[in-house]
Every structure is written in structure tokens, then in C-alpha cells.
Design a protein around this ligand. Structure first.
Ligand SMILES: NC(=O)c1ccc[n+]([C@@H]2O[C@H](COP(=O)([O-])OP(=O)(O)OC[C@H]3O[C@@H](n4cnc5c(N)ncnc54)[C@H](OP(=O)(O)O)[C@@H]3O)[C@@H](O)[C@H]2O)c1
Length: 337
């Protein structure tokens, strides 16, 4: 099979399109023909060597799969050849989704929602699963509560806005001004221009000084230490980003705040819960751009650049069936297809 192999850590041109043996499913495993995948910041972080101590080279990266079951291993009862499936791959195990085929345990695979194209499903599993875990499992966001979602135009942020609205919360989000309309179309009630406004001041102005019940951080920096100033009593902060700088949390004590840290976990239950919202029309990933597998390096370079003009996710078309005509209604720009 063809796969984009990473032989050494480095820039976006580090991938080599190579022929490698097709994996064979073992007991409890499923072989999936990958129709589409997508890119997450984790993928360019792996590529440039941020996790060099956890990733053995050569490796196949990529963490989202949408495709069709080609073969099942012994003991697999939940899936059969021909089933359309979607999932997030195991992180750092060396066999990622930038390939024509992928093998995974049946426990982490879900039946793909029929309302989504493969490009859309591949854009949802990791980013949407992370947002779901952050908002429901960790923050326990409730009907009528308020939430600040940092980075509302991004891969995770635009899905978090939709999830928070589906839960019944009032949503504040930080985006650049050019993404105000996009964020509103995802369901945001209040948009804050992160380039021109201080979000703490904006939240206090909009909530008469009460603050929000939940802050979801997809950006980092000094967000943990500043959060108490924008948080209501008993507020919760959930972060999904690396915290690289020491932060003084003394103000969090006065707010009786709790902090949660999320590193995405794979399981079928989360995918099935997202599927319910998709079927109800309450959740849909926005595919901002589509690249071919051969142009993976270009897609990486784009996602990695600041102010890249992207909204939502970059999807990667792996099979010819994911050509633009099949996805024109949902995808934005097309590259190398
Ligand atoms: N822990 C986990 O399991 C997990 C899972 C998924 C993602 N993550 C992490 O979460 C982060 C976001 O992931 P993603 O997939 O959403 O990335 P993304 O698609 O690149 O989105 C990032 C967004 O942040 C916006 N942004 C940049 N600076 C901002 C600021 N100061 N305030 C508000 N928005 C700002 C960008 O908008 P502009 O381009 O317009 O500036 C962009 O829309 C990454 O660091 C990623 O590694 C962690």
C-alpha cells in the first residue's frame, strides 16, 4: 500500500510517499481502507520532533480515519467487510492514518454517521471527541450555563461551539474579526476579537462582572492564571494544550475553581454520542480545505502557519472517491486533487 512515511523529524517536506506492506488484522482487529483523514496540530508536532522521545522512526503519522472495513481479524463481531467506519487512531503507536490502509482494535471504531461524508467524518473524530470529553466529561457543562471557548474558528473550537449550544449553554468565543460571522454561524452568542479586545474585560462587561461557568482553552499561554478573573464562582477551566510556563493560580482559590487537563482518549462510546448529535443536525464539522495525500506536506505547512485563513479543519482525501465532486457541498478549497 501507499503511505506517507516520516523517516526523520523536520519540516513539511519530510514525508516520503512510499510502498509499504499492507497491515494484517490480528485478533479483535479490523483492517480499514482509509478513504479520508485530516490534520491536527498533533500531526505537525509529531513531524517536527516535539515528541521525539515517544515516536520511533520511521513512522506513519495521522490520527483520524474515515473509511471502509476491508477485512476483520479473529473474534471481531461488531464489524464486517463493507461497513463504513470512523475513529481516532492510537497516539504514538507508529501506524497512523496517512496511508491507504490502517489496522485498529474494534473497541475504538465507530460506525460512520451516514449524514457525513468521509472527509467530514475524518475531520470530526479527534477534534470533536476532544471537545466532547472536555465539555461533558470534565467540565460537566449544563443547560443554561455560560462558557468561553478560546479559538472558536479552529478545528476543535468550531466543534466545541456547536456542542456547547447543543447542551444548551450561552457561548462566548475568541476569534479574529474576519471570523465573527463564521463563529456566529456555528452558534456563538458573543464573539470577542482576540486581536483587539482583552477577553477578561469583554467577559466581565458581557456578564456584569459575574464571569462564565466554564472556560475551554485551546490556545495556551497565560490562560490558566488569567481564567479566574473571567470565571464565575465554582467555575471550571478545561485545557487541552501544553502548559509550558509556570502559572500562579492563587486567584482560582477565591473562585472555588477546578481545573481539568485533557489528552484525547479513544473509545467508541464517544463517537456514538457525537453521532447522535450529527443525526439531529446539531453538529457538523466544517471542512475548510481539502488536500490530497500526496500534498500532505503542503497541508501541514498551511495548518502550521499563523493567520492561515483557515476555518474548521483540513481534510485529506486518500482515495479517488473523495474527489471534489463528491464533497463539493461541504468542502471549502481543494488542493492537488
Ligand atoms: N489535548 C488534546 O487531546 C488535544 C486535542 C486536539 C487539539 N489539541 C491542541 O489544541 C490546540 C488547538 O487545536 P486545533 O485543532 O483547534 O488547532 P487549529 O485548527 O490550528 O485552530 C487554532 C485556532 O486558534 C486561533 N487562534 C490563534 N491564536 C488565538 C488567540 N490568541 N485567541 C483565540 N484564537 C486564537 C486560530 O485562528 P487564526 O488562525 O485566525 O489566528 C485558529 O482558528 C492545539 O494546540 C492542539 O495541539 C489538543
Amino acid at each position: 500500500m501507499k503511505a506517507m512515511i516520516l523517516n526523520s523529524f523536520g519540516g513539511p517536506d519530510s514525508f516520503e510517499l512510499s510502498d509499504v506492506p499492507r497491515p494484517v488484522p490480528g485478533a479483535g482487529q479490523v483492517l480499514v481502507q482509509v478513504y479520508a483523514t485530516s490534520i491536527n496540530p498533533l500531526d505537525y508536532q509529531v513531524r517536527r520532533g516535539d515528541y521525539a522521545d515517544l515516536v520511533a522512526l520511521p513512522t506513519i503519522s495521522g490520527h483520524d480515519v474515515s473509511g471502509v472495513v476491508a477485512e476483520v481479524g479473529p473474534g471481531v463481531t461488531a464489524f464486517a467487510p463493507g461497513d463504513e467506519v470512523w475513529y481516532t487512531t492510537q497516539i504514538f503507536d507508529g501506524s497512523g492514518s496517512y496511508a491507504e490502509y490502517h489496522v485498529a482494535s474494534q473497541n475504538i471504531i465507530g460506525k460512520k454517521p451516514s449524514a457525513l461524508s468521509h472527509l467530514e467524518a475524518a475531520s470530526l473524530s479527534l477534534a470533536g471527541g476532544t471537545a466532547w470529553e472536555a465539555l461533558t466529561v470534565r467540565a460537566s457543562l449544563k443547560v443554561g450555563e455560560s462558557i468561553l471557548i478560546h479559538g472558536g474558528a479552529g478545528g476543535v473550537g468550531h466543534l466545541a461551539i456547536q456542542l456547547a449550544k447543543a447542551i444548551g449553554a450561552r457561548v462566548f468565543t475568541t476569534v479574529r474579526e474576519t471570523n465573527f460571522e463564521f463563529a456566529r454561524s456555528m452558534g456563538a452568542d458573543v464573539v470577542i476579537d482576540y486581536e483587539k479586545e482583552d477577553y477578561v474585560e469583554a467577559i466581565n462587561r458581557e456578564t456584569d462582572g459575574r464571569g462564565v461557568d466554564v472556560i475551554f482553552d485551546t490556545i495556551g499561554g497565560d490562560t490558566l492564571s488569567r481564567s479566574p478573573d473571567a470565571l464565575a464562582q465554582l467555575g471550571r477551566v478545561v485545557s487541552i494544550v501544553d502548559i509550558t510556563q509556570p502559572q500562579n493560580l492563587i486567584q482560582a482559590w477565591g473562585k472555588n475553581a477546578s481545573y481539568h487537563f485533557v489528552f484525547t482518549r479513544q473509545n467508541r462510546g464517544k463517537l456514538d454520542e457525537l453521532s447522535v448529535l450529527i443525526e439531529r443536525g446539531q453538529l457538523r464539522p466544517h471542512v475548510g480545505a481539502v488536500y490530497s495525500l500526496q500534498d500532505l506536506g503542503l497541508a501541514h505547512a498551511r495548518l502550521e502557519s499563523p493567520n492561515n485563513g483557515l476555518r474548521g479543519k483540513i481534510a485529506i482525501a486518500v482515495t479517488p472517491s473523495q474527489q471534489p465532486t463528491a464533497v463539493a457541498s461541504t468542502a471549502g478549497e481543494q488542493h492537488g486533487l
